[in-house]
Design a protein around this ligand. Structure first.
Ligand code: PMP
Length: 377
């Protein structure tokens, strides 16, 4: 049987990892500043993470949601404490797309409406409604096509106001990433998020914050919309949540309680997945990783700005986009194959830095030196 993979594959055979270091089968060492696409949040094979998962698997790994699973409650409690959203309710699923799918469904169950507002360059996942709300028609199958999703220009307050003036009473939900990831590390302005909040209040539409990539502490804030001084109705999360163990979730403001019972999933919230998410939260708290993400992130952004040929640096905390001139489109590949540093990219020419939240200033310096050298070459 052959293997099908949609992603371009680098000729690297990863066999082991620790913290932000990865080794291939020949023992070559790599620096991981990509975290498998913002997934590795507390570093690879962290001892507390390994212990927690091992102990959980030795007790019980899975049972269905038809019984009490106390670790779900523990996870909800810890999430509430760390995010300051203690009155929200947690629903657990298995991925970012599924989280967004459920958030959009819940909104529509709540206000009985069909229209969804999404934004240019958004990415919300590859399942039916999540992909329909993703600004990339190439990955929308005919069966996913729907007139229910309206795309508006990102950060354009006039267009948003106009849309609500015209058909606000039909809008079930607005879905927005605090910082667009796949779209090239573009942050929503505080005033834009504040306008979404006001319009959703005015029209009883649901404000969904997609924190799948920018959440779980990556920006130094837990869900990444707090800097605007607004609270979303629903936050969706996944990637960094399980540090590689598949888990997703949505947290829901109290006023949607009546619609909760309409969601469901077989695997979501299983013991092992919850143990992974709890271990990640333990480590974020014990090692003060929100503060570290802020501090090292600010340092990185400040330093990258001083480098030759960098067009623009965007982002917050440890979610950073470095835009380079078009002719330097081999930099990411060179960093990997010559300097052995994993980074991400966004089209056309943005290097994306999405490392573990516990990287040190020394690790940041290793990257800065390599990038500086490559840009001067
Ligand atoms: N939302 C955002 C902002 C994402 O970046 C992604 C994944 N790139 C998703 C949703 C989908 O997550 P998943 O791949 O876990 O379904």
């Amino acid at each position: 049987m052959d293997l099908f993979n949609v992603y371009p594959i680098n000729p690297i055979n990863i066999v082991r990892a620790k913290g932000s270091t990865i080794w291939d089968h020949e023992g070559n060492e790599y620096l991981d500043l990509y975290g498998g696409h913002a997934v590795i949040s507390i570093g690879h094979t962290h001892p507390h993470y390994v212990d927690t998962l091992t102990q959980q698997l030795n007790r019980i790994g899975f049972y269905s949601n038809s019984v009490e699973i106390p670790i779900q409650k523990q996870l909800a409690k810890q999430l509430g404490e760390i995010s300051g959203k203690e009155d929200y309710t947690l629903f657990l699923c298995n991925s970012g797309a599924e989280a967004n799918e459920n958030a959009l469904k819940l909104a529509s169950f709540h206000n009985k409406r069909k229209k969804v507002v999404a934004f240019s360059k958004s990415f919300h996942g590859r399942t039916s409604l999540a992909v329909a709300a993703t600004d990339n028609p190439a990955i929308v199958a005919p069966v996913n096509e729907t007139e229910n999703v309206v795309f508006l220009p990102f950060n354009n307050e006039e267009a948003l106001q106009q849309a609500f003036d015209q058909y606000g009473a039909e809008i079930a939900a607005v879905i927005i990433e605090g910082i667009q990831g796949v779209g090239g590390i573009r942050e929503a302005s505080a005033s834009f998020l504040q306008l979404i909040r006001r319009l959703c209040d005015q029209y009883d539409s649901v404000y969904i914050a997609d924190a799948v990539q920018c959440g779980y502490g990556r920006t130094g804030e837990f869900y990444s919309h707090d800097y605007a001084g607004v609270k979303a109705d629903i936050y969706t999360m996944a990637k960094g949540m399980g540090n590689g163990f598949p888990i997703g979730g949505i947290v829901i403001a109290p006023r949607f309680e009546a619609s909760f019972g309409l969601l469901g999933t077989t695997f979501g919230g299983n013991h092992l997945a919850c143990a992974a998410a709890v271990a990640v939260l333990d480590i974020i708290k014990q090692e003060e990783l929100l503060e570290n993400a802020r501090k090292v992130g600010e340092y990185l952004i400040r330093q990258v700005k001083t480098l030759d040929k960098v067009k623009e640096v965007r982002g917050r905390g440890l979610m950073i986009g470095i835009e380079l001139p078009e002719e330097l489109n081999t930099v990411k590949k060179d960093l990997l194959l010559k300097n052995r540093i994993f980074t991400g990219e966004a089209k056309p020419n943005v290097i994306r830095i999405l490392p573990a939240l516990n990287i040190t200033k020394e690790i940041a310096d290793r990257f800065l030196d390599a990038l500086d050298e490559r840009l001067k070459a």
